[in-house]
Every structure is written in structure tokens, then in C-alpha cells.
Design a protein around this ligand. Sequence first.
Ligand code: HEC
Length: 146
Amino acid sequence: MFKIKTIVVATFILISQQLYAAQSVEEIIKGRKAMFSENYQNAKKISILLKSKKIEEAKPLMKKISDNYKKLLDYFPENTKEGFKTEALPSIWENKDEFNALMQKASDDMLKLAKAIDTADDLRAVQKELMWSNCSACHSRFRAPH
Ligand code: HEC
């Protein structure tokens, strides 16, 4: 009798743990996609603002993108390589240090950009250098063609 109870309880714990883990993977993958999408929306807003020289309005968006990149460092655990329509490539986990370094650089560059726009002559060029080039540098190696 005691044994059966133990087995039932153990099985229940195992199943609930797996359900919990499955849900976390979904939350993590969907969470990172949402942050990348938000960054993209904010990057486009920044371009529009800077076209009309609205420098001060663009700065908080740069900070927001930088913060999202920092959070994203924790959104690629080993158990999130597949599922939920992820476009993350296996190369991320084969080159984790390099991937994290690119993410950190992208984050740092957004803060540099917020400073550089005070004095930059060519706002388009500085955006390309410190914002857009980091997207393609990472996607070309670590995101599946879409
Ligand atoms: C250090 C790497 C890295 C950088 C920098 C980066 N991305 Fe990505 N991005 C990824 C990866 C990896 C994915 C795939 C995530 C997934 O599907 O799980 C992705 C996905 C996306 C998506 C799709 C989100 C969705 O809903 O599926 C968009 C949009 C995007 N990135 C835009 C950008 C833009 C714009 C920039 C630059 C401003 C940028 N990314 C910078 C790695 C990066």
C-alpha cells in the first residue's frame, strides 16, 4: 500500500515538473521574440525621430533597446533550442561566448549612440554604425533565414 502511494506521488511530481518545464520553454522563446520585436519597433521609431532631429525624444528608446539586449542574455538557455517557431540557430549554443559578446556589444552601442547623437554630423551614418549593423551581424550567423 505504502509503495503504491509513493509511486503515485512520484509520478504526479514528475508529470507536473515536466508540464512546468514545457511552459517555461514556451514563455522563454515567446518572451525573447517579443523583446526582439519591441526592439525593432523602437529602432524604426528612432530612425523617424532622428530624421526630424528629435534627439531628446529618441534617447529613452535607445536606453530601452539597450536594456532589452541585456535581458536577452538570459533568454537562451540550453533547453530552448527548438519549438514555438524559434528562428534561433544551433550555432548560438555552439558559440555561446561569441553570441553573448555580440549581444553585449549591441547593448553598449545603443548607449554610445545616445551620446553620439548630441554631436554627430551625420545621424544616419552613426545609426547605421551603432544600431543597424549589429542586427545584421548577429542575424547572419545566429538567426535562421525568414
Ligand atoms: C546578438 C544577436 C542579435 C542582435 C544584436 C539582434 N538580433 Fe534580432 N534576433 C536574434 C535571434 C537569435 C532571433 C531569433 C529568436 C527566436 O526566434 O527565438 C532574432 C529575432 C528577431 C526578430 C523576430 C522576432 C519574432 O517575433 O520572431 C526581429 C524582428 C529582430 N530579431 C529584429 C532585430 C533588430 C531590428 C535588431 C537590431 C536593432 C536585432 N534584431 C538585433 C538575434 C539578434
